[in-house]
Design a protein around this ligand. Structure first.
Ligand code: SAH
Ligand code: SF4
Length: 347
């Protein structure tokens, strides 16, 4: 399965000008068309995002010379490694131009369409103890183009994608500009045309970035990975914790500026953050309008941590219910192929 090209066999077996062109480079495409009339870029985007072409020869609106030049300067292969399929999930390893790899996941959603969980960095510098990506360390940020390729890859498989979550590898708010650029392209009518409310971003919680995000005037859903109800425990699990007071100040400012709800994610880890006291502390934190809580089942990823027992979960949830805190529980996507967001690791 390794070293397969998502777009299938190509005419040339070897073309040195295509070396290290493992994926579509949208920056290069913009450059290549900068000497053309502006409508050419629009046509190129339509060909890429709607017609899902995998060779510029298929873009018949373009003159032949332009197609040839684009095939040289901006080829459309997406090189993948392992692609694992389960009944409702596909996990793909995508090989970047510098031969680093990222993982991206497609999950069937309740609307009968699909959600793509995209990566924003190769690895992650935040080092959360429970997270497979965190334990990989940090390699580099992804460009907006590398983010968009993850969606094109699944669209080319014939998947109808109507929801995007920035919950794959990496901390999106440490790669803010490229992530915002990718969000705009995902939402753009000439891009993927996916409704802005169908885009979500999950962050460990970087106050300056949350404040900046609150001024973007974008209706993207915001999720905060909380995972602990006090600083002692949060700093143990997430060593880059900035302190809950500062974090919640920025969240309240976000709500004040946007009037949008915020989803708090709380992993239930056996014997670590799942006792009655933690539940009560969490309930106290969650008593604000537009705060929503999502309890997440911990997926073991070779760490010392285990998912909470059914008994502990029940006790935990009872405390929340007594405190009239509404919560949801995240469905365990891709459990069989180890594809759930947050447990992505490139071996
Ligand atoms: N860096 C961002 C987004 C990527 S992680 C963030 O932390 O929010 C996406 C979500 O998966 C986060 O809530 C993360 O805490 C969670 N996660 C990490 N490891 C996990 C695991 N082993 N099982 C379940 N969820 C996990
Ligand atoms: Fe990074 Fe998020 Fe994993 Fe923490 S949970 S290490 S912030 S990817």
């Amino acid at each position: 399965m390794d070293k397969t090209l998502a777009s299938g066999a190509r005419k040339c077996w070897f073309d040195s000008s295509r070396a290290h062109n493992n994926m579509i480079n949208l920056e290069k495409l913009q450059k290549a068309l900068s000497d053309q009339k502006p409508y050419r870029l629009k046509q190129a985007y339509k060909a890429l995002f709607k017609d899902l072409i995998s060779d510029w020869d298929e873009a018949t609106v373009f003159p032949i010379e332009l197609r040839e030049r684009l095939n040289k300067e901006c080829p459309l292969d997406i090189k993948t490694g392992e692609v694992l399929e389960d009944k409702d999930t596909i996990k793909a390893k995508i090989i970047l131009n510098d031969n680093l790899a990222i993982e991206t996941v497609l999950m069937a959603n309740t609307r009968g369409r699909n959600t793509v969980c995209v990566s924003s960095q190769v690895g992650c510098p935040m080092g959360c103890l429970f997270c497979a990506t965190g334990r990989m360390g940090f390699k580099r940020n992804l460009s907006f183009s590398e983010i968009i390729n993850q969606i094109i890859f699944f669209a080319r498989m014939g998947k109808d994608v109507d929801n995007i979550v920035f919950m794959g590898m990496g901390e999106p708010f440490l790669n803010y500009d490229e992530v915002i650029k990718a969000m705009r392209m995902i939402n753009d009518k000439e891009g993927f045309n996916i409704g802005i409310r169908h885009i979500s971003v999950s962050t460990i919680g970087i106050p300056e970035m949350i404040e900046r995000f609150s001024r973007e005037n974008m209706q993207v859903n915001l999720a905060i990975s909380l995972h602990a109800p006090n600083d002692k425990l949060r700093t143990y699990l997430m060593p880059t914790n900035v302190g809950l007071e500062k974090l919640f100040e920025s969240i309240d400012l976000y709500i004040q500026n946007t009037k949008r709800k915020v989803m708090f994610e709380y992993l239930l880890i056996d014997g670590v953050n799942d006792d009655k006291e933690c539940a009560q502390e969490l309930a106290n934190l969650m008593k604000k309008p537009l705060y929503f809580l999502n309890l997440i089942e911990y997926n073991p990823t070779g760490t010392k941590f285990k998912p909470s027992s059914e008994k502990n979960k029940k006790i935990f949830k009872d405390v929340l219910i007594e405190n009239k805190i509404q919560f949801t529980e995240r469905y365990r996507f891709g459990q069989n192929i180890k594809a759930a967001c947050g447990q992505l690791i490139v071996k």
